[in-house]
Design a binder for this molecule. Structure first.
Ligand code: ZN
Length: 97
């Protein structure tokens, strides 16, 4: 992986029990940020949407509970990851809403 990774990043989202609840990703430097809920759950969409403000809430289907995080906090985490050329994947833990 010697290719230039600058401008891309994948923020993996987990509930407090470490279940995967989707990913926020930017796959190319000039591509818009997308939310990928996981293949079994639904399709990708642009993120954040109006409904994702100010709190991004998702449902953990393993816990059957809602988990949430401030949208700006997730945007900041993704931005610092995108700026980091050495790292492309990071995990963010959301809290029960
Ligand atoms: Zn869970």
């Amino acid at each position: 992986m010697a290719a230039n990774q600058e401008g891309i990043g994948v923020l993996k989202l987990e509930c407090p029990q470490r279940h995967p609840v989707g990913r926020i990703l930017k796959e190319a430097p000039h591509q818009a940020v997308q939310y990928d809920p996981g293949a079994q759950v639904g399709t990708r969409r642009f993120w954040p949407d109006e409904q994702d403000q100010p709190q991004f809430t998702i449902h953990c289907r393993f816990c059957d509970k809602s988990v949430a995080e401030a949208t700006t906090a997730l945007q900041n985490q993704l931005a610092s990851l995108v700026d980091d050329v050495a790292q492309t994947i990071r995990t963010a833990t959301l809290q029960y809403a």
